[in-house]
Write a protein that binds this ligand. Sequence first.
Ligand code: ADP
Ligand code: ASP
Ligand code: MG
Length: 449
Amino acid sequence: MKFGGTSVGSAERIRSVAELVRERRARRVVAVVSALGGVTDLLIRGARLALARDAAWEGVAREVFSRHHAVVTTLVDGRRQDPLLAHLDALVTELRSLYTGVYNLEELTLRTLDAISGIGERVSSVIVAAALEAGDVPASAVDARRVVVTDESFGRAQPLMAETEARVRDEVVPLVERGVVPVVCGYIGATRTGVATTLGRGGSDFTASIVGALLPAEEIQIWTDVDGMMTVDPRVVPGAKVIPEVSFAEAAELAYFGAKVLHPATIKPAVERGIPVRVLNTLNPSAPGTLIAAASGDGPAEPRAIAFKKGITVVLISQPRMLMAYGFVARVFEVFDRHRTPVDLIATSEVSISLTVDDPETVPAVRTDLAALGEVQVLGPMAIISVVGRGFLRRAGLAARIFASLREVNVVMISFGASDVNLSLVVAEDQAEKAVRLLHHEFFEDGRG
Ligand code: ADP
Ligand code: ASP
Ligand code: MG
């Protein structure tokens, strides 16, 4: 059972999480928890302030302390508070010394940022374990740096599954066997030599999937603040509807193209081991949620959800002399490869290629190198809108409906045909919500579909 930031955002919410776990104890629960909602953002903000030599980082450290202090003192009483407050004190002291280091050196490496941004989960896991104990459920916080062994890609570390499996066997399974609920920190891990890493923002889902796959669990439950995976982000379109069941492929596409409800990498370890994943709502626990299961795909060919992702840059390279020449595409990709820049969508014509890039950081360097190959244009900020579903390649008229519904929106790029579960297009960022609403209306509202 993985509980996200909103599910552990306050003392009251943590109490209901403890209750949910208690009710399911007989199924031998392993809990994975995120930081209290907003804490990871706060920790990162403090680091950026320290880097800018802004003394306001001290206020951030105080806020980290007071936010958790308030939760601890409301949640548990008397003597039980002492070990929790001591743990909080120690972590805030650690945080202050990390911030001081950043401030003094005027340097913030990804490695240091991981040490800082993972502190939220190290506090929340101990608080949630205490809440369980207060409700008479034996529980023990498990620092994921002792469990999730990763490579050294700080900020987006990948798990080393064989090593992690051994750690799960040593650190997690014995607790379960003794009837104790392990409360594992989400999001964080450590390298083979013990240096703290993180799995990327939203990475607690990934932790749940890694640990769940290695136990192996009978089911992985992602508990969040909505009724499941929906036809669109309910914050953007109030008419969003819950999708009762999706295939792993659809869920992966949705997560990758911006459905924030799941971390993009979550699905893989679970798929490989055939473990079902269920998305459930802590605010409405009796709702059936969404089941993500391996089988499916044989349903009717139809769109199932709309996802979108902002902050996209489009890079366009044209080279009229390359008409029919081979090797051009390879040289273009070689540039992206050299700058370790992942590309999401691609469209090509005889003499030009357009690509989308998620992270703008390396774009200036990529642009400089691409200039040697042709004329380069960079457009942004853009948004990718994805219609995700099944059997798109065997459904006549689908593209017509998509583009007819978007007739008032300027579409900059289209990607279709690479898979039969996704049609993606690019629009200016300020048009994203409008495009999403129009598409949702076309396919999911008024009894259409
Ligand atoms: P958690 O803290 O539990 O990990 P997140 O904020 O990461 O929660 O993810 C849940 C949020 O994802 C929801 O509140 C919702 O606004 C957003 N979301 C985006 N797309 C979708 C979608 N297709 N279905 C459900 N939720 C979505
Ligand atoms: N707390 C981390 C984040 O905000 C991980 C997570 O919530 O999944 O990214
Ligand atoms: Mg999340």
